[in-house]
Write a protein that binds this ligand. Structure first.
Ligand SMILES: *Cc1c(COP(=O)(O)O)cnc(C)c1O
Length: 450
């Protein structure tokens, strides 16, 4: 195996964990110094190292250190970094044109992405799609569409939810620090309901948890005032919380009965991540609107709202849009991303990765009572860290475990309302050998961090 080609990204990159300097190394330290003088301090970074190349299951830094990637840039590069079909499609498109603005001179790629989304999202009803740049922007537009279609204003969201950092989506996001603290006042008409959180709600079953949420919404807001219920089928930043079976279907059927638009925020769960193309499929739920972003375009910025034609066509012409929404290069990447998922069988691969991760983590858990809960679906797996013999969240140990993993050459992320969840989101192109090595390193990290 040649180790000399670290500047070449994509799938040609040697698939190894290899630390050749202290981390951060001298080049990363120099960049950190330039950064602190140039970049707003409010932007944080998980890793102390600067990326030079990435592909398969690794990220290589500017000092030549090669890390096993268990983060995918937050569930974005599910098809891998610089996936071959994506880079080819992007290269071809940038040579034709980079932008005309779909609202000025429309183009094929946007229409093709809309057709693709209408086809692969759950439900065989007539659909439409509209494209944006970020998950938050798409969530906001789903709310605009629901309000326009229902002529109601209230929006229901859930405990621990994360929907973005813009003004409206900040209001929809649950966690104050760091997402909302000091950034108010927040948009009105957003109401929060209790979620199904099996590890923390005393074994309440799905239908009972849904009844609790519905009762609160009916009493405090009124079904007839609700434009939309917006929910992540599996929470992302909130802690990879998988609601108990039956929770999502009960909520969706209540929403349908009352003419409330049921919006699935699949920004983190979409595009094969959970071992289904979309996470609502695990419970046979067909949302009225589905919001997608992150994994949609192999790393290029793109987001979408897809859903029932009657709802999507409700707002007036010119009411939705944006300068860059559905950029042609991002559209080319999205078409290649979905083609890659299908060609490489990445939905099944996500399930296989999840099975391996869970099996390895269960072995660690058997010897370590600080892992209170293991959960997730497909390649979206989390370990909730608690004080031994209790369910009390332990964010300090979680931070220490993450930092030790980083020093050992793993990119892992944390999440959760209590900051006590280690989450694993490997690219679906990661090999079994790297995955096994990552689990060995995690076992060492847990053993050493006592
Ligand atoms: C990341 C995320 C968003 C926001 O997406 P951005 O592209 O960062 O604006 C919204 N909802 C969920 C579930 C997410 O994970």
């Amino acid at each position: 195996m040649t180790m000399s080609t670290v500047s070449t990204g994509g799938p040609t990159l040697p698939q190894v964990r290899r630390l050749v300097t202290d981390t951060p190394g001298p080049r990363s330290r120099a960049l950190a110094e330039r950064r602190s003088a140039a970049v707003a301090a409010a932007v944080g970074s998980v890793m102390p190292v600067y990326a030079a190349a990435a592909g398969g299951g690794v990220v290589v830094d500017v000092d030549g250190n090669s890390f096993i990637d268990l983060g995918s840039g937050i569930a974005v590069t599910s098809v891998g970094n610089s996936a071959p079909m994506v880079t080819e499609a992007v290269a071809e498109q940038v040579q034709q044109f980079t932008h005309t603005c779909f609202m000025v001179t429309p183009y094929d790629g946007y229409v093709a992405v809309a057709e693709m989304l209408n086809m692969i999202t759950p439900g065989r009803h007539e659909k439409r799609s509209v494209l944006f740049n970020s998950g938050a922007e798409a969530v906001e537009n789903a709310v605009k569409i629901a309000r326009s279609a229902t002529r109601r204003s209230a929006v229901a969201v859930f405990d621990h939810a994360y929907h973005g950092r813009t003004s409206l989506t900040m209001a929809m996001t649950a966690k104050s620090m760091p997402y909302k603290h000091g950034f108010g006042p927040f948009a009105p008409e957003v109401y929060r309901a209790p979620l199904s959180y099996p590890y923390r709600d005393g074994g309440l079953d799905g239908p009972a948890a849904a009844a609790r949420a519905i009762d609160q919404l009916e009493r405090q807001v009124g079904a007839e005032n609700l434009a939309a219920v917006v929910i992540e089928p599996i929470q992302g930043e909130g802690g990879f919380v998988v609601p108990a079976p039956g929770f999502l279907p009960a909520l969706a059927s209540w929403a349908r009965h009352h003419g409330i638009v049921f919006v699935a925020d699949e920004v983190q769960t979409g595009f094969a991540r959970t071992g289904a193309m979309f996470a609502v499929e695990h419970e046979d739920v067909v949302p009225d609107l589905i919001v997608t972003a992150k994994g949609i375009a192999g790393g290029l910025p793109l987001a979408a709202v897809t859903g029932r034609a009657d709802l999507m066509d409700a707002p007036h012409t010119g009411g939705l849009g944006g300068t860059y929404g559905g950029n042609p290069v991002a559209c080319a990447a999205a078409l290649a991303t979905v083609a890659t998922i299908e060609q490489d069988g990445l939905v099944a691969r996500a399930t296989a990765i999840g099975d391996r991760l869970l099996a390895g983590l269960r072995t660690i858990q058997a010897a370590d009572p600080r892992i209170g809960d293991l959960r997730g679906r497909g390649a979206m797996i989390a370990a909730e860290i608690v004080r031994s013999g209790s369910t009390e969240p332990d964010p300090d140990t979680t931070k220490a475990l993450a930092a030790a993993s980083h020093r050992a050459g793993l990119i892992v992320l944390t999440c959760g309302s209590y900051g006590n969840v280690l989450r694993f989101l490997p690219p679906l192109t990661i090999g079994d050998a790297l995955l096994a090595e990552a689990l060995d390193v995690l076992a060492d990290v847990f053993a050493a961090t006592r």
